[in-house]
Design a protein around this ligand. Sequence first.
Ligand code: ATP
Ligand code: MG
Length: 317
Amino acid sequence: MARVISIANQKGGVGKTTTTVNLGASLAASEQRVLIIDSDPQGNATSSLGFPRDPSRRTLYQAMILGEPIERVTIDAQIDRLELIPSDKNLVGAAVELVAMDNREYRLKEIVNRIREKYDYVLIDCPPSLDLLTLNALAASDSVLVPIQCEYFALEGVSELLDTLMRLRRTINPSLSIEGILLTMYDDRTTLSKQVAADLKSFFGSQVFETIIPRNVRLAEAPSHGMPVMFYDIHSKGAESYIQLSKEVIANAQKRVGAGTERTDPGPGAAAAAAAGATSGSSSVGNAGSGSSSGGSAGADAAPDAPVDTDGEPTPG
Ligand code: ATP
Ligand code: MG
């Protein structure tokens, strides 16, 4: 039975797609049967896996809106044990058409439940919004993995997302848990990155994955070659970090089986409260600093580094 994980954060450009594709490929390399569902009309997961735009290709749209059999929209991602339900810009229509449909939050869940037996992991790449596509993904999921970029404004929108998760647990998906919060684009040369990482860890505690994804140019280059980073440069820091993340995800799943229960995290409620507290003082995360033990000086300490020089990449590999 597959574990279904949504990769979600309504903030754009935080590493959702990079995480979906590279975690998916790393899990597949660890003998797991993986399905990636591209639920973003931008289709970035689809193109990152080497499928350029093609109007004749069936996508999630046909399955969700037109009710075509899922087998007809699932494609072999040309990597052992990895399959893909692609997306393209027509999926924008789905977000609109769903509004008037019966069972509009559960269309994806119905699809996913029919194919759970075939996979060990189903990863759903969500768009940068909290629209019906994202709600469908979260309704269909066992858990949500939230990538957060280690940058100024890191927490912006996180409390809104966690509020939404809390509401979803009361309504359309009571069993939704947090798979983990993943720190991405970490740059160990900047005080700001270190500070944001430390502060996020102090807010979210054990819900933060131990694996931290570094800013690594290979991760940014691999999509243009249509392949996950581990096939582009296996020795890169980016590839190593996603392999490590896949091990952590598998280990967490084994722990849950061992305990015979879902992970007993305090749930989105506690995290939302923390995030709300974190963002209440001021609206940015410099506000990450305001919640830390350093009593708000962190934001000020970090300030000289900002804005981060995001062009400066660590030496590749
Ligand atoms: P969107 O919200 O638009 O869907 P996203 O959250 O899916 O964006 P990505 O597309 O994964 O974010 O990443 C945004 C950009 O940053 C991409 O160009 C990607 O290649 C690059 N990127 C992601 N993670 C890293 C990283 N760890 N190091 C360097 N570049 C990265
Ligand atoms: Mg994306």
